[in-house]
Ligand binder design. Sequence first.
Ligand code: PRP
Length: 214
Amino acid sequence: MLTIALPTGRVFSQAAELIRRAGLPSKELSSPGRRLVIEEEGIRYILAKPTDVPLYVGYGTADLAFAGGDVLLESGMPLVELLDTEQGRCSVVVAGPPSLSCRFHGHASELMGMKVATKYPRIADNYFSSRGAQVDILHLHGSIELAPKLGLADCILDIVQTGNTLRANFLEILEEVCTVSLRLVGSRKSIAFRWPEVREIRRKIEEAVKEMPL
Ligand code: PRP
């Protein structure tokens, strides 16, 4: 039996739709209810919190998984990326009040000591280190836009999709860090020992990706 980890939350429906279009078993998956493990026709799906998905694959509990590029970058787990589904595309950005804009376009020393709120401390650390700026990273778990609004932080590093949350909180993009999307990843062990099965699933999902509207 092959195990595929799926992230719950906003990208679950996209992952489930790709599975359905790929012709993989998906009858039960369309109405999971509160189940966390669903087995159908030789595939076990596990439904995990998005940030936990890389761990299930990294430790070989799951053979394959769908995971957001942001979550993968943040996890730092040694996974094998098999396919970019191009679904759920969004940007990782640094955002803040418009008044901060000039500091971002000046010398790195202007950023020194800045307080940055984020769900992505590893990405934030890498980004600001690459700019040669030592900043104070505040690890929050959601509603990141609150932090600069209430003076807890100067700016945020977060994902942006429509930009609605930024606009609603009078924040603007100061720098784009990278773009991310939903990826199909595999565990090193499964790729080494179960490659024919993994390759077949990858092939089917690749076909489904071509027909999926963005
Ligand atoms: C994410 C992200 C932003 C928002 C961006 O939060 O952290 O807050 O979505 O989306 P937008 O550009 O379309 O407005 P999420 O909705 O996952 O909730 P959270 O703040 O609880 O993490």
